[in-house]
Design a protein around this ligand. Structure first.
Ligand SMILES: *Cc1c(COP(=O)(O)O)cnc(C)c1O
Length: 367
């Protein structure tokens, strides 16, 4: 036990003094001009995110949850409508559908944790008004097949790209394939703010305008309310810090990708490791392994100082709010939810820590 190490899952403290200085200077500029909501840095954030994603428009919003809710509202999704999504996601995805008064419908996932296009086809009905796939863990879903299936039927796609900013398929960014892409920039995400933040991207000017209204209580010119909505705005201090994050996000993704490669090299004989499919670029929001003995492995790692997390322990059908209310034949999701485990893979992880984590995982299998 002499060489027990402590490896946290995530470390959000800022290690780089140059980064800290840049953030503080950015915040100071906002405090000086005083336009705290939707100031100039906020507009700059929107144009830079749109440029990064290759879309015509970006609308900054208060969170990923707000982005999803307003995206559905912008497509007039409401009572009587069905929206097809995945059972394996953060519950915000399903909540957005329910809050619109629509009915969430689920299709089973593939071994990459994403909605299986073959299963998707089987649950589409005449009431299906949108498809809401999630790019889980930072690897995009099979978006080409999903677009093919939905284009044929004229059903719009909203991408929940909350975990996948910067991920790609065929050199195109996550969020830019569907009618609307939704992002979260909360501090857990790879492209992170320093508090709650989100955005939607779209090529459709009308949708962008509608979301700009929806994010401020459904008002026009901040005065006349044309439809009930929430306050879902992004503040200028977040936006200015996000501009700093954006300038470094590709470097962070590169770092995470090399950590992932190294884990896969050391662990692929021992546990199920993430697989980057040809044509895809995985941004590694999480490095999620699969083990039949997940709970014992998690305990073994905890005993040896390694913090891990089940992301997420509940399928959408298993939350109290939705139990018995969402039907679906989802054997793959029901199996995988008992086997997934996210291990430390943040960009500040040092080689020695990585080697230690990998060694503990290999030891468990041998023991
Ligand atoms: C984080 C996340 C959200 C919600 O984003 P918030 O900014 O936390 O509201 C939605 N969907 C998925 C898949 C997420 O990971």
């Amino acid at each position: 036990m002499a060489n027990l190490m402590k490896v946290p899952l995530l470390d959000l403290s800022i290690k780089d003094p140059a980064l800290k200085e840049e953030l503080l200077a950015a915040v100071a500029r906002v405090l000086d001009h005083g336009r705290l909501i939707m100031g100039p840095e906020h507009d700059e954030f929107e144009s830079q995110v749109a440029a990064y994603c290759g879309t015509r428009h970006c609308v900054g919003v208060g969170s990923g949850s707000a982005a999803l809710y307003m995206a559905l509202r912008a497509l007039d999704i409401g009572p009587g409508d069905e929206v097809v999504t995945t059972p394996m996601t953060w519950v915000a995805t399903t909540n957005a559908i329910a809050l619109c008064g629509a009915t969430p419908v689920i299709a089973d996932i593939d071994d990459g944790f994403n909605i299986d296009p073959g299963r998707l086809e089987t649950v589409i009905t005449k009431n299906t008004k949108a498809i809401l796939p999630v790019h889980f863990t930072g690897h995009m879903c099979d978006i080409a097949n999903i677009m093919e299936i939905t284009d044929r039927r004229g059903i719009p796609v909203i991408e929940d790209a909350a975990q996948s900013f910067g991920a790609e398929f065929n050199a195109r960014k996550a969020g830019s394939f569907g009618k609307i892409g939704c992002f979260s920039m909360n501090p857990m995400k790879v492209f992170r703010g320093y508090g709650e933040a989100g955005a939607i991207v779209t090529d459709d000017a009308k949708i962008a305008e509608r979301v700009r209204s929806l994010r401020y209580n459904g008002t026009i010119n901040k005065e006349n309310c044309r439809e009930p909505s929430i306050n879902g705005r992004l503040d200028t201090i977040q936006a200015t810090m996000l501009l700093v994050s954006l300038s470094r996000v590709d470097t962070l993704i590169e770092k995470r990708r090399s950590i992932a490669d190294e884990y896969t090299r050391q662990l692929s004989d021992t546990v199920g490791c993430p697989v980057e499919k040809p044509g895809y670029l995985h941004s590694y929001y999480s490095y999620t392994i699969v083990s039949e003995y997940r709970d014992a492995l998690k305990q073994h790692l905890a005993d040896n100082g390694v913090e891990t997390k089940i992301q997420h322990p509940f399928l959408v059908t298993q939350h109290d709010a939705y139990r018995g209310r969402i039907k679906g034949n989802i054997p793959n999701a029901e199996r995988l939810v008992k086997q997934i485990l996210s291990i430390p893979s943040h960009e500040n992880l040092e080689q020695g820590e990585l080697d230690y984590v990998a060694e503990q995982i290999r030891n468990f299998q041998l023991g």
